[in-house]
Design a protein around this ligand. Sequence first.
Ligand SMILES: Nc1ncnc2c1ncn2[C@@H]1O[C@H](COP(=O)(O)OP(=O)(O)O)[C@@H](O)[C@H]1O
Ligand SMILES: [Mg+2]
Length: 209
Amino acid sequence: MIITIGSQKGGAGKSTVAINMALMIASSSKDYHVALVDTDKQGSCIQTLHNNERENLNLYEVQNKPNRLIQELKEDIIIIDTPPHSHEVMHLSAAVSDVVIIPIQPSPLDIRAARETVKALEVIVAEVNPRLQCRFLLNRLKAGTILAKEIRETILRLYPFGILETSLFDRQAYKQSLITGQSVLEFDKNSMASKEMAGLVVEILNLMA
Ligand SMILES: Nc1ncnc2c1ncn2[C@@H]1O[C@H](COP(=O)(O)OP(=O)(O)O)[C@@H](O)[C@H]1O
Ligand SMILES: [Mg+2]
């Protein structure tokens, strides 16, 4: 299964989601071989994990023509972190993926800014990869607001892609855990962050079931 984490917007949470998913799937079973492909020259995944590798998690770094590398990979689960503002990298990754996850923060400006990403993905689905599933992921929700419901309705009204049921809240654990290159689960397995991230992993893997 090949999963691209994509959004043309910087700061949406792509790298946070990519790193946590890769670590959590790899730690869930030694039988699962996971590839985490960093296509962003900022190198968030590589820098966070390079001293902290796991037996069944392989890290790759590629900026040009990522589709060539991705198609050669043999791991069971391949997670691709993509840069903002590069249609080409997202296009080439999504073209060879099963699923694209689009993290989005619950604000009108971020929702409007998603138009560019959606348009690019629509072209890929129409012209290159009709089986591609694209889903929004609400990220950095604030606890105790009713905004989430309105945000969901707005996204569904504007765009043709569904929204994952699991949302991620704005939590310190997502920042603290990455200081030491840990997933939120390794950092504190009883935290709300690790529960929601575990739910996210299950929901995404189930898209292919
Ligand atoms: N759910 C969250 N809760 C708290 N902070 C978050 C969350 N998701 C992302 N962040 C923070 O937001 C910033 C941008 O996240 P990042 O994953 O680098 O986004 P992107 O890769 O899309 O540019 C980082 O400082 C990260 O720690
Ligand atoms: Mg990033």
